[in-house]
Every structure is written in C-alpha cells, then in structure tokens.
Design a protein around this ligand. Structure first.
Ligand SMILES: Nc1ncnc2c1ncn2[C@@H]1O[C@H](COP(=O)(O)OP(=O)(O)O)[C@@H](O)[C@H]1O
Ligand SMILES: [Mg+2]
Length: 378
C-alpha cells in the first residue's frame, strides 16, 4: 500500500509540541508532501520559540521515519518573523502555501545570515533557458579564481542544474545524522536542490517542498567559512521566486538575460522583483550576446547584441558584461566541465573572470548605495 499523507499526520499526532498539544493541532504544520517514500514538511514557529521546537522537529522526523515504507523524512523548522512589534499571527492550518509579503520591507537583509558565510548573491533570470546556471557556475569559478572562498547553492526547483553542470553524481553525506556535508567541486562547496528532490517530483509539490528543502540547504549544511555563496535561483519572477528571494539573506542579485526583447522584458521584471524586496541588483549579464563561429571565428550579432546593456542603463543598474554564444561553452557546460575551471587561460574564462571582478568590487561596496550588512549568527 502506498504511503499516504494521512498516515504521516496520524504519526505526528503522537508528537507533542512544547506545550503538549499534538503537533497536527498546533497550526505550525505545512502541507505534508509524500513522494516515493520520501516525506517533506515544515513547521513554522515563532522565531522566539525556535529552541523549544528543535527537539519537536527531531521527534517529528523520527516518528515519520518509523512509519513502514518511509525511506527518508525531512522536517524543516521555519521561524516566522515578527512584523514590527506585534507577534506573528498564528500560522494557518496545514495546506497553506508560503506567501511572500513584499510590503513588509522583506528583503534578504532582514533574514538571519548563515554563520560563516559573508555574502550571498543570487543569479536570477526572468525566464528559463537563458544560461542562468551556466553563468552562475562560471561566475562562481571566476570569484574562486580571484582568491575568494566560494560556495554554490542550486535553488532552481524547476530545473536543478548543478549536478549536471558540475558532474556531481554522489549524494551529500550527513554529519551526526542531522547536518549535511556539501559536495566539493573545483574548490567550491556545492549543494543542490537536486540532491534532495527527485527529478520526477511533480511540479505541484515543489512549491511547498522547496521551502523546507531551501531552509535545510541554508541552515543545516556545513558550509564552512565562505566569502561568497552563489545561489542559482529558479527562473521567473512569480511568487515562488519572490518568496525565495525573501527566504535567503541575499546581499545582491545578478540578472542574466539574452539580448532579445522578450528576454529583456522578463529581465526587467527580475530587476523590479529584487528592488521590491530591497535586494540590491548587482548588475545584468548579457548571455549569448553574440555568436562566435567555432570554425571560422567570425562574430555574428544574431540576437540584436547589446540589448541588455541598454536595458541596464535604462534601469539604472550596472552592466557586468557580455558572454558570447559559443559551442565550447555549451559543450563544456553540459559535460560538467565548466570553461573557467577547465580552460582557465581561454577567452571565455577571461570574460567570466572580468564579470566576477566587477561583482566582487560591487560587493565590496561600490554600488553607491549602502549594501545591507548580513548579520552573522553567533
Ligand atoms: N554562452 C553560451 N554559449 C553557448 N551555450 C550556452 C551558453 N550559455 C548557456 N548555454 C547552453 O544553453 C543551455 C541552457 O543553459 P543553462 O545554463 O542550463 O540555462 P538556464 O539555467 O537558464 O536554464 C545549456 O545547454 C547551456 O550549455
Ligand atoms: Mg538552470
């Protein structure tokens, strides 16, 4: 018999909250997601009560793991932020979807930082397929080449790409049963939502699941000491992206766009989204900016090259650089051998490193606006 949500909730009824109430009656439970013997859900609690809830989270996980047919259970504790002086409203009952509250002044800056991680930057795009992940990987490697200690977090729920782009086939190991050890690649610590969510997971589950998984990837991974964490965000500018932008203590965002008009409209929405949640836009990168023929070296501006630069100017955000559409970038990227790591002396690596240098300088405070300081937990 297939494992059901009801079985999980029944098992949770035997787990008491800190005040003794059975867990399903506390209103802290998110939707319970059950797929292929894997169970995910989160508990949203008052930030002040997190300590008291941690053992409950643990017991909930153990109770779920004890159900016959459960292969793995992942329970994330999510702290509800108090809005102003008021206590947060009690969380609505199970089944709610995480909603963004853009008006609350959200912004990554108000989220607690990740201990040991100096800056977290998002690589985002208005739509999929523009080369966001390829750019994120090579940008991260470029930052690494500048001497920074870099981590990468693949938060793209719709198409986690880091396992492929970095040829990672192993699963992260757990430390002491609860914390995860990131995978190390090319000197970077890497975590992917692809390690936690199976590829066949239906899209509809991904929204609620991703919040649990994201919290886990941020808070329960031994990231170590990092100068920069590069986050490959889900494409688009909808609710999921907005919520995520608020969930992660971002220092800034880099928008990747191709030069076509349609992509630029989406990129503009991306810039607007980050501005709405008070995350500074570090700049725009034009990917597939012009075509470089691998045979004859001739350059063709097949997609009205320069569109992203103009758009960045129009929006008043920095323009970070142009990456050509080149067969080598595609082949290397898709083979898990990113150009910056495997052809460091090549022309493409130089382009990415130049972009990385601009990002680094901007992070140092060159935006002209006060970059929010990430508060690092003791
Ligand atoms: N500058 C580029 N030149 C050639 N191919 C590219 C370039 N950037 C990305 N690609 C290719 O385009 C496809 C989509 O890129 P990907 O990084 O997966 O995009 P996204 O993360 O936006 O969906 C991949 O096959 C990738 O190798
Ligand atoms: Mg991708």
């Amino acid at each position: 018999m297939a494992l059901s949500k009801e079985q999980v909730v029944a098992a949770l009824a035997k787990v008491p909250a800190p005040d003794g109430t059975p867990l399903p009656q506390t209103g802290t439970l998110s939707d319970v997601v059950v797929t292929d013997g894997k169970v995910f859900f989160s508990l949203t609690v008052d930030a002040a009560a997190v300590k008291a809830w941690e053992p409950v989270r643990k017991r909930a996980e153990d109770a779920v793991r004890a159900i016959a047919g459960v292969q793995s259970a992942l329970v994330a504790l999510t702290a509800e932020r108090a809005g102003g002086a008021a206590r947060p409203a009690p969380a609505p009952a199970a089944g709610r979807a995480p909603r963004a509250h853009a008006q609350s002044g959200g912004g990554g800056a108000t989220q607690p930082g990740i201990p040991g991680v100096d800056s977290i930057i998002a690589v985002a795009s208005g739509k999929g397929g523009v080369g966001k992940s390829t750019t994120a990987v090579n940008l991260a490697l470029g930052l690494r080449d500048l001497g920074l200690k870099v981590g990468m977090l693949d938060a793209d729920i719709y198409g986690p790409s880091l396992p492929k782009l970095l040829a990672i086939r192993e699963k992260p190991q757990t430390i002491g049963g609860t914390r995860l050890k990131p995978i190390e690649r090319y000197g970077m610590n890497v975590m992917s939502i692809g390690f936690l969510i199976e590829e066949e997971t239906p899209m509809i589950w991904r929204g609620p699941m991703v919040m649990s998984a994201l919290t886990q990837m941020l808070r329960e991974v031994e990231w170590g000491t990092l100068d920069v964490m590069v986050v490959d965000m889900p494409p688009g500018t909808g609710d999921a992206q907005l919520t995520m932008a608020q969930q992660v203590p971002l220092k800034g965002a880099v928008i990747v766009s191709t030069p076509q008009d349609l992509a630029l409209i989406d990129a503009r929405r991306g810039v607007a989204m980050f501005k709405r949640v008070n995350v500074p836009v570090l700049g725009v990168i034009e990917n597939m900016s012009y075509f470089m023929c691998p045979h004859c070296g001739t350059r063709s501006d097949i997609f009205a090259h320069g569109g992203a630069r103009h758009e960045a100017e129009r929006l008043g955000v920095p323009f970070l650089g142009e990456v050509p559409l080149h067969m080598t970038i595609r082949e290397k990227s898709d083979a898990g051998l990113p150009v910056v790591a495997t052809d460091p002396d090549g022309e493409h690596a130089r382009i990415y490193r130049d972009i990385a240098a601009k990002v680094r300088d901007t992070l140092k405070g060159g935006t002209g606006r006060a970059a929010p300081k990430i508060v690092v937990e003791a």
